[in-house]
Design a protein around this ligand. Structure first.
Ligand SMILES: [Zn+2]
Length: 284
């Protein structure tokens, strides 16, 4: 089963007319030719249904105007079996145990954290209970790493991949989104830190979401030559982010990402690995 481990649904209350979006968000909406939640949902559902990609994890984010929250994401995944629920939690939450159980009951396949926006320092002691729960339920932690461009605010240094080491030492399976790679040449780059961690810890992975060839080709070239690191990669899109390989407005974004990685020479394992990591083998 081919799984996109990192995609986004917009918030049901999103209104393009009142939202002051940045250039990237504008590009995404133009590309999808959608103006509101209903159109976006219809487009994304149709694209995953028609795509070579079997399922996509919808990563929720609480408190963001653009992204669907836990409640909305869980409901969508319940209704549409092409989508899997990626929940968002705050590790500092006093009620973390109950919140954790709630998302597990709602069939969460992973927990996603955006440290800068959520203002979470993953080295903070308050995260330990959260790590124990991840370990106990054997649920992977997906962490945004590297500079965040779409949902701004907070301390970008919190997105440093080195901060996941405590979770790794607890035995949690951690997936670093975007491999800590920078997007613009003037930014701080965390890619080498991710590579070192991936070599050091068996339970550390990385997702290839938003790793657009045009911007990030040096990273992809390096990965293709490194068999050990290739074993740590998981396919992801960061939908509605698209890979710029096909400029047709209505093109299937899931297929464009799949084709891009395939054509670059990545083998089938990057597409299939998530099934084991997310423990979906039984329902396959
Ligand atoms: Zn994302």
């Amino acid at each position: 089963m081919i799984i996109d481990i990192h995609s986004h649904m917009i918030n049901q209350n999103f209104d393009i007319n009142t939202f002051k979006h940045n250039f990237t968000t504008k590009m995404f909406f133009l590309r999808l030719q959608t103006k509101n939640y209903e159109q976006y949902y219809a487009k994304m559902s149709c694209q995953i249904e028609e795509s070579k990609v079997d399922k996509a994890v919808i990563c929720a984010l609480e408190g963001a105007l653009t992204c669907s929250n836990n409640e909305q994401s869980a409901k969508i995944c319940e209704e549409n079996k092409n989508f899997l629920f990626g929940a968002n939690l705050n590790p500092y939450d006093d009620d973390i145990e109950n919140k954790f159980k709630k998302v597990i009951d709602d069939n969460a396949v992973l927990i996603k954290i955006l440290p800068s926006f959520q203002n979470i320092d993953l080295t903070d002691k308050r995260c330990y209970k959260f790590y124990e729960l991840l370990k106990e339920y054997n649920i992977p932690l997906l962490v945004h790493t590297g500079i965040e461009h779409t949902i701004k605010g907070g301390n970008q240094e919190f997105n440093n991949p080195l901060r996941v080491e405590n979770a790794l030492k607890t035995g949690v399976k951690v997936i670093c989104a975007h491999l800590g790679a920078k997007l613009n040449f003037w930014e701080k780059d965390y890619f080498e830190l991710w590579c070192n961690l991936a070599r050091k810890y068996e339970n550390l992975y990385g997702d290839l979401s938003a790793m657009i060839w045009f911007y990030r080709k040096d990273y992809l070239k390096k990965l293709l030559k490194d068999k050990e690191l290739c074993q740590k990669l998981l396919f992801g899109s960061d939908y509605p982010c698209y890979p710029y390989i096909n400029l047709k407005k209505d093109a299937n974004i899931f297929d464009d990402w799949y084709d891009m990685f395939k054509n670059l020479g990545f083998d089938e394992s990057i597409f299939l690995r998530a099934q084991t990591i997310l423990r979906l083998n039984k329902s396959a």
